[in-house]
Unconditional design. Structure first.
Length: 133
């Protein structure tokens, strides 16, 4: 039974990614939510934390593009909580905060991410946090 759930998970994930790449955020979101549900099942094969964090972050990306910013923020936080070393989630959070004009918080998130890993995108975002007024 676990094998069947695992293959469903893989199918959902691949289809969700395809929809996301083709900007069909509603279809992608529905499938990523199926993936999330499968990761919560106790009798399914364990999904690595990084994998779960990626699914949660992709859900947030769908919500962001669907203009549901409250859910997007919630899923960014879930992604970080799931895998505190997943720098891409910190990057997304910093971009989200920057877009909400929460510049100090965005810069703090960049600094947090840089403690984990020195990534050029984080450095560049940190430099661009403050508007050139």
């Amino acid at each position: 039974m676990a094998q069947n759930k695992n293959s469903s998970y893989i199918d959902f994930k691949e289809k969700a990614r395809s929809f996301l790449l083709h900007n069909d955020y509603e279809a992608s979101l529905a499938l990523y939510k199926q993936c999330e549900a499968i990761t919560l099942l106790e009798n399914s094969d364990p999904i690595p934390l990084r994998e779960k964090a990626i699914i949660l972050l992709n859900i947030s990306i769908c919500y962001m593009n669907l203009k549901n910013f409250e859910e997007a923020e919630k899923y960014i936080e879930k992604s970080i909580e799931c895998d505190r070393s997943y720098v891409k989630a910190y990057y997304r959070k910093a971009v989200y905060l920057k877009n909400k004009e929460k510049f100090i918080e965005a810069l703090e998130i960049c600094q947090e991410a840089l403690k984990i890993e020195k990534v050029q995108e984080i450095l560049l975002l940190g430099v661009r946090i403050f508007p050139n007024d």
